[in-house]
Write a new protein. Structure first.
Length: 228
């Protein structure tokens, strides 16, 4: 990792500095890279983490002392967490509907594992792509062990916005913010649906963390912690 950093700094001298800290890979920079359509600081130039992943990482660190031999299901696995999971003694199931993107092919609306199988589930920015999201949430709840924890996150809108007549990618982008999103959730609607399928939930907001740390690490997103 050090070599990657050194190479990067040689190629991008502006990044040398200490204003930003990536808590996932541990490196300091003048600023994060821009990401997405609007130029904004967001992405760690070394590990590729975004605001929501740096937020999630704090939760992952809190569970890591306890993951030995635990079953962890990780949808649409973020590359920046790969080494953390692979170096742990957890039984790690990185999965995606697209078999080229992960080790296990899993359809979130029809998960091929037994009831009460997973100790932890990580599902970040997935459910906004799923038309039958209630069915997917039921599957997440079914396969989670009693006492298990699911980390769930979606892009949030002020109001729930669903309209299944919008199918053209450009129209979806206009309506829901991305070409392959099928809805925009409000936090209330997202939590309500999770509770409807049986999760008890707590909400992790970045405002819960100290300002100085939040700004240095540039955390974002709201993570819903679902328990069974
Ligand atoms: Zn990083």
């Amino acid at each position: 990792m050090t070599t990657i950093y050194e190479n990067f700094i040689q190629e991008n001298p502006d990044f040398a500095g200490t204003k930003r800290y990536c808590n996932v890979c541990g490196f300091r920079f003048a600023k994060f890279k821009s990401f997405g359509l609007k130029p904004r600081e967001a992405m760690c130039p070394i590990c590729g983490s975004l605001e929501r992943q740096r937020h999630l990482y704090i939760h992952l660190l809190s569970i890591f002392p306890f993951v030995q031999n635990k079953n962890i299901l990780h949808f649409a696995p973020e590359k920046c967490f790969r080494s953390l999971f692979e170096q742990s003694s957890a039984k790690y199931f990185d999965c995606d509907i697209n078999p080229r993107k992960a080790s296990y092919q899993v359809d979130i609306t029809d998960i091929q594992y037994d009831n009460d199988f997973f100790d932890y589930i990580i599902c970040i920015h997935v459910l906004e792509h799923i038309v039958d999201d209630i069915r997917a949430m039921r599957e997440l709840h079914r396969t989670l062990k009693p006492g298990g924890t699911a980390f769930l996150c979606v892009p949030l809108f002020p109001q729930l916005y669903e309209n299944y007549s919008i199918v053209a990618p450009e129209e979806r982008e206009k309506a829901f913010g991305q070409k392959d999103h099928v809805r925009g959730y409000s936090l209330e609607a997202f939590c309500e649906r999770l509770q409807q399928v049986g999760f008890s939930i707590t909400i992790s907001k970045v405002q819960n963390f100290p300002d100085s740390f939040r700004q240095e690490v540039l955390m974002g997103g709201t993570i819903v912690v679902g328990r069974k």
